[in-house]
Design a protein around this ligand. Structure first.
Ligand SMILES: NC(=O)C1=CN([C@@H]2O[C@H](COP(=O)(O)OP(=O)(O)OC[C@H]3O[C@@H](n4cnc5c(N)ncnc54)[C@H](O)[C@@H]3O)[C@@H](O)[C@H]2O)[C@@H](O)CC1
Ligand SMILES: Nc1ncnc2c1ncn2[C@@H]1O[C@H](COP(=O)(O)OP(=O)(O)O)[C@@H](O)[C@H]1O
Ligand SMILES: [K+]
Length: 483
């Protein structure tokens, strides 16, 4: 499993390790790793034109020492300083190896540019002349390799406030940084290579982990299975007018491995769901009939909210689901209801999973949507703590938080998912996994992974409809070992 640590933890681990090692050892390890990756990217090191963008801190030092190593192998290495200070020992080493100082115009003809402007010490929008150098590097036809973090990307959050380097490869040291996994920063990194500088033993538990295929372990049927033991998921969705979300959520559950799907709603929604998913067992209720939920029969998890509406009738159904002692996933309109009735959350003994997009989370936290999108990690953590739930924040990077646990980052998915209805599919899918007995955080992470995988398989570079994601769920399950 790939994981990341925030900057303060990286610095503390580095300090502990530095205390036991001769001065400069870590920077040499970092530079050696960076130079090796650069060399592997060049058809030939000898005679290659390499430009170093050198900021005023140790990130620039890394770039200079990597440049020294490439110069010793015959590369023509030019350092372009951006700061008022340039790592003195690094610069001396580069010059001694045959490198030289140059100006920004040399970026345009470089075979490879090493971005050593800012690393974990960067903060806020890049100032001039850093920003101009980053902009120029983004226009060069040569390869761009970011040292530790693409400059302009906030290492902790992935936030990009102004100009930021767009790297082909990012070579990061010791451990990943969360901002390398979270958009918009993640999209600036290209391929991320981790260089081991011996930090491992000094590092505490990670702040963030990336779900890998081995971490996705949906419940599988065995010889003893029957439909009830595999898990019954109840879905409360749709209304008099809106029926599409109900169909999509039910489809996510049917193909998500539920033993049975119980669908509970008003007559028009039930009629449409029955036509599309004869597999679902349906119960017709009057609007807001909370008692109808209990009468629908026993379930191991509820999904409540897609297309439900946001009025009193919807609120009664959300309250009824949350009043049960089984895991409950609240999505879409259910979240809008919750934002007005936060009193429904405390006091639950069974797990609650909330699956907001940034707008829904903004309502739940009384926060600004743009701020949530810029600092997704911080907000998803805050939501999990304040709402005492497992919170899955949807969007270009899906993050999943539960109090006291590393935040899970979902690596699958595609921007083709940004189309109406795909979130409804996700709610049913995670509901099925919850009903199958998965813990809330694992179910949410597995659901996000399979949903994103299904979308990639279905889209394959072309527009996607939410129904296509349902259709590709079986193929997504098959990508996992052991299914
Ligand atoms: N601490 C260590 O032991 C190690 C550090 N390493 C490297 O050191 C880096 C951290 O070095 P530093 O702490 O010196 O910090 P950085 O080099 O990342 O950044 C600090 C410099 O950037 C400038 N800066 C920050 N934000 C800016 C902005 N928005 N616009 C323009 N300039 C800005 C600062 O004025 C300062 O000159 C890591 O990312 C890594 O590359 C590695 O060599 C491994 C070992
Ligand atoms: N730019 C994007 N890149 C990748 N995935 C995205 C992007 N935008 C949205 N998604 C995903 O698409 C789905 C949309 O869900 P949601 O916003 O609830 O839509 P709806 O309510 O219409 O179903 C979520 O899984 C979300 O993570
Ligand atoms: K950098």
């Amino acid at each position: 499993m790939r994981y990341a640590h925030e900057v303060d933890k990286v610095r503390a681990a580095e300090a502990a390790l530095l205390a036991r090692l001769p001065e400069g050892t870590l920077m040499q390890r970092a530079a050696a790793g960076l130079a090796a990756v650069c060399a592997s990217l060049l058809p030939r090191v000898y005679g290659a034109d390499v430009v170093l963008l050198v900021g005023g801190g140790d990130n620039g030092g890394d770039a200079l020492y990597a440049g020294e190593r490439l110069a010793r192998r015959g590369a023509r290495v030019v350092a372009v300083p951006a700061g008022s200070r340039t790592h003195p020992a690094g610069l001396a080493a580069l010059l001694a190896a045959g490198g030289r100082l140059g100006d920004a115009a040399e970026i345009d003809t470089a075979d490879l540019v090493i971005d050593g402007l800012t690393g974990i010490g960067g903060g806020g929008a890049l100032r001039e002349p850093y920003a101009a150098l980053a902009r120029r590097a983004n226009e060069t036809p040569g390869l761009v390799v970011a040292c530790d973090v693409p400059s302009g990307v906030d290492a902790n959050s992935g936030r990009v406030e102004g100009e930021a380097v767009r790297a082909d490869v990012t070579v990061t040291f010791g451990t990943h940084k969360p901002g390398l996994f979270i958009d918009p920063g993640a999209a600036r990194c290209g391929v991320v290579e981790l260089v081991d500088i011996g930090l491992g033993p000094e590092l505490p538990d990670p702040d963030v982990t990336v779900t890998g295929p081995d971490d996705v372990d949906p419940p599988l049927p065995g010889p003893e299975s029957d439909k009830y033991r595999r898990g019954v998921v109840g879905i409360v969705a749709g209304g008099e007018q809106f029926t599409g979300a109900a169909v999509l959520s039910t489809g996510g559950a049917v193909h998500g491995g539920a033993g049975m799907v119980r669908f509970v709603s008003v007559a028009p929604a039930v009629a449409v769901v029955r036509r599309r998913w004869p597999e679902a067992v349906t119960t017709v209720i009057e609007p807001g009939d909370a008692a109808g939920l209990a009468a629908a029969g026993r379930v191991q998890a509820w999904v409540v909210g897609p297309g439900l509406g946001t009025g009193d009738a919807a609120a009664a159904l959300v309250a009824a689901a949350l009043g049960t002692d089984v895991p409950v996933l609240v999505d879409a309109d259910g979240l809008t209801v919750l934002a007005r009735h936060r009193d429904l959350l405390p006091g639950r003994t069974a797990p609650t999973v909330l699956t907001p997009h940034a707008g829904e989370l903004a309502r739940l936290l009384d926060a600004d949507r743009a701020d949530i999108e810029a600092r997704r990690l911080e907000h998803v953590r805050r939501a999990a703590a304040e709402l005492r739930a497992t919170v899955l924040l949807k969007g270009s990077t899906t993050l999943i938080a539960a109090a006291g646990r590393p935040v899970r980052v979902n690596p699958t998915g595609t921007s083709w998912l940004a189309t109406a209805g795909t979130g409804d599919v996700l709610s049913g899918l995670i509901g099925a996994l919850l009903a199958g007995g998965m813990a809330a955080l694992d179910a949410a992470a597995a659901g996000a992974y399979l949903h994103g995988m299904a979308a990639r398989l279905a889209a394959d570079g072309a527009p996607l409809a939410a129904g296509d994601v349902i259709g590709a769920l079986p193929a997504a399950f098959r990508t996992l070992a052991g299914t």
